[in-house]
Design a protein around this ligand. Structure first.
Ligand code: TTP
Ligand code: MG
Length: 351
């Protein structure tokens, strides 16, 4: 059986890192994200300096301030995190369509069929990390392995800015020292019960018979039996079909010149056309141009027009006439009809 190639990506101290990026004076201070006004609330997350004091996600703000009185509290601005998240997930699409979003800052990618980098999953993961940093200024951690369980464990091993590879050779033995808290599905209650039975590591669980695990943990028993050996057959579940495809380019310098922008637009267009090859079966609903100005504000314009460069230029011109600010990012894209919509069309035609 051919092994899958799975990458799990998780942004490092996500909300706090975005705030540090936007205010570098925070970088050498313990920082937590949570309402600075409502001190009765709980924290969203904290940076790694604050974590040394025990300050962490979901902790009441008051408790965190007791542990670390000089903690800098920053109120969350969710739109910023969403924007960074969007950029990161867009990037993932360069490598595969098989993306399972787990949260705003976390995803599985199945790169088994990715032809880039000679199908070398480690090189792909490194490139993803590089591109994530290049496009958002943020670091993430990656786990590379042959299933979801191990990829996810891997992304957590060397955080922040880590990369771990868990290969299949001798996997049972390689993971035998991992604590059972690494096992997906083992929460506080199960962990306590397992500890009471003398189970602390994957290796401890490996020594138990499947039946005995079923006796103790019911339907979770067989999963435990597999997981502690690094066996996990779950697929990356992509959920919804791709709704759009786009190529964006952030410039080294901001531009206002129409001709320069038109050339840049063409570069994006050429790459997008190339990528559209893989989606020949999809019907295009609209073409889209995206612009980000030097103040980071982002606008898009879309029209139901054919995918040719003249039409993209027309959309760009409309936007250039509306606002003359320097531009730092340009993108072109298409939006697809959903399969169900196109399916309906075919049905109508044949009826
Ligand atoms: P996580 O990935 O769990 O945490 P993190 O990215 O802050 O830190 P790590 O380096 O360990 O990955 O969560 C991602 C974001 O989700 C986090 O930055 C803030 C938000 N979040 C909450 O708002 N409340 C919570 O309880 C958790 C766990 C996360
Ligand atoms: Mg994270």
């Amino acid at each position: 059986m051919e092994r899958k190639k799975i990458i799990h990506i998780d942004m490092d101290y996500f909300f706090a890192q975005v705030e540090e990026r936007d205010n570098p004076s925070l970088r050498d201070k313990p920082v937590a994200i949570g309402s600075a006004h409502a001190k009765r609330g709980v924290l969203c997350t904290s940076n790694y300096i604050a974590r040394k004091y025990g300050v962490k996600s979901a902790m009441p703000t008051a408790q965190a301030l007791k542990l670390c009185p000089h903690l800098v509290l920053v109120s969350p601005v969710f739109s910023k995190y969403q924007e960074a998240s969007r950029a990161v997930f867009k990037l993932f699409e360069t490598f595969t369509d098989k993306i399972q979003k787990l949260s705003i800052d976390e995803a599985y990618l199945d790169v088994t069929d990715c032809e880039l980098f000679n199908n070398d999953a480690i090189k792909i993961a490194k490139e993803i990390k590089r591109l994530v940093f290049e496009s958002t200024g943020l670091t993430c951690s990656a786990g590379v392995s042959f299933n979801k369980l191990l990829a996810k464990i891997g992304s957590d091993l060397y955080k922040p800015n880590g990369l771990a590879v868990l290969r299949s050779e001798n996997i049972e033995q390689k993971i035998s020292h991992f604590p059972i808290s690494y096992l997906r599905g083992v929460g506080k209650v199960t962990q306590k019960k397992m500890n009471d039975e003398g189970l602390y590591t994957f290796g401890d669980v490996q020594k138990r018979e499947k039946l005995s695990l079923i006796n103790s943990y019911g339907s979770f028993g067989p999963t435990l039996f597999d997981f502690c050996r690094g066996v996990d057959h779950r697929d990356v579940e992509c959920g919804t079909e791709r709704k759009s495809l786009s190529v964006e380019n952030t410039f080294a310098d901001d531009h206002t010149d129409k001709e320069v922008l038109s050339l840049k637009l063409y570069d994006c267009f050429a790459e997008m056309k190339e990528r559209l090859q893989k989606h020949k079966n999809r019907q295009i609903k609209a073409i889209v141009v995206t612009i980000r100005y030097d103040d980071f504000s982002r606008v898009t314009i879309e029209r139901a027009l054919n995918v040719d460069i003249e039409n993209y230029n027309k959309l760009l011109e409309i936007k250039l006439q509306q606002r003359q600010s320097p531009i730092r990012l340009l993108g072109v894209g298409v939006r697809f009809f959903s399969h169900s919509q196109t399916g309906q069309l075919e049905f109508d035609l044949s009826a």
